[in-house]
Design a protein around this ligand. Structure first.
Ligand code: UD1
Length: 340
């Protein structure tokens, strides 16, 4: 079996990708420092895939530890690099934490696997587009000045990867620009585990519905959109996970070389109010929400053109908004009834 290093493999997107790797016949090897994930996710993964995947706990910023890992796991054929800090607001307060975690770890990975035939899949973000001039946004749209240190780390990381391809340090790299990943695995055994008060829309919705939060605030209803609330391209995390397998398969083709980038979205934009309505429709649960002021740093609307992903990655999102909402709700209910 082909061994794939999954950094951040116990995190939200990482854990779902571990499942899809196993479904596709790969052997995932997880590295995670547990800074924003829980060890118990290994047990949850075992319940889904039938065995406990290989797991190493260390910080990728420690180059020596990464070298020791590479020596003890010599057969790694690909790396899917999720491990990174991802809270936009925190990155403004603690920029150095973000530059350290998100940049050092990538540079160390590139150094340790330099010159080796190891394909790298990198977690990028639609945040690199800022507020695009044209919608849906394609991969050729200009990268706009980053609105946060977090966003800047994604832009810098893409540049580092391109330079590493040019120098020959890396041979094959695919950057995946995620739109808004939501939802949970159909078994409700894994899902998003926000620490503290969720910053993102869907975990805030499900925590409000379960009674952990009193109400949810819609950040602005005076945008130039169909109902005044912001528009995003929400994508089911299982669809997103499958795209990582598609990226590995593309890099396995002998004619693939160098750097490529793909949008991972559904190609459909939904407003915040539409998401709330979809949640109520899909779950039958009424949500206590209010309209509040805009949130600083939010773009008005963004959704992706997914033509290139369909044609070249041979991948398309399949799960609809209602499935995203019902699976997120099932997971929230699982968490309220079980200790991980
Ligand atoms: C943000 C980042 C994105 C990052 C992602 C990771 C920006 C511009 N984007 O996405 O780069 O990859 O987080 O987590 O910083 N909303 C409410 N009420 C809430 C929470 C959210 O109305 O309580 C609205 C927001 O205004 C936004 C939408 O819901 O319109 C989605 O917000 P969120 O889930 O935080 O994701 P983004 O801001 O799109």
């Amino acid at each position: 079996m082909t061994k794939i290093l999954v950094t951040g493999g116990l995190g939200y997107i990482g854990s779902h990708t571990v499942v899809e790797l196993v479904n596709a016949g790969y052997e995932p090897v997880i590295v995670d420092d547990l800074s924003n994930s829980q060890l118990q996710i290994l047990n949850q993964l075992e319940k889904i895939i039938g065995f406990k995947p290989a797991f190493y706990q260390f910080d990728l910023c420690d180059e020596q530890k990464l070298r020791d890992f590479a020596a003890s796991e010599p057969g790694i054929a690909g790396v899917i690099h999720f491990a990174a800090s991802k809270a936009v607001g925190e990155s403004v307060v603690k920029p150095l934490k973000y530059y350290r975690n998100n940049i050092y770890s990538l540079v160390n990975l590139l150094n340790v696997y330099s010159g080796k035939p190891v394909g790298i899949v990198f977690s990028s973000s639609c945040t690199v587009y800022g507020q695009p001039d044209e919608l849906p946004v394609t991969e050729t749209a200009p990268v706009k000045p980053a609105q946060s240190p977090y966003g800047n780390t994604k832009q810098i990381a893409e540049e580092i990867l391109i330079d590493a391809i040019t120098s020959g340090d890396a041979k094959k790299v695919i950057a995946l620009r995620y739109f808004n990943p939501v939802g949970a695995h159909s078994t409700a055994l894994i899902g998003e585990l926000p620490i503290g008060v969720p910053q993102n829309l869907v975990p805030f919705i499900t925590q409000t519905a379960i009674g952990k939060r009193q109400k949810i605030t819609v950040f602005g209803d005076d945008y130039n959109t169909k109902d005044g609330s912001c528009v995003r391209d929400y994508i089911h995390v299982v669809d997103l996970a499958k795209a990582h397998v598609a990226a590995l398969k593309l890099m396995e083709k002998p004619d693939f070389s160098g750097f490529d980038v793909f949008n991972l979205g559904t190609g459909i934009g939904n407003t915040v109010l539409e998401i709330i309505t979809a949640f109520e429709r899909a779950t039958g649960v009424k949500l206590n929400y209010e309209i509040g002021p805009r949130r600083g740093g939010d773009v008005e609307q963004v959704w992706g053109d997914v033509t290139k992903s369909a044609n070249e990655l041979h991948w398309k999102a399949e799960l609809d908004i209602d499935t995203m909402m019902s699976s997120a709700w099932k997971w929230e209910k699982y968490l309220s009834q079980n200790t991980l």
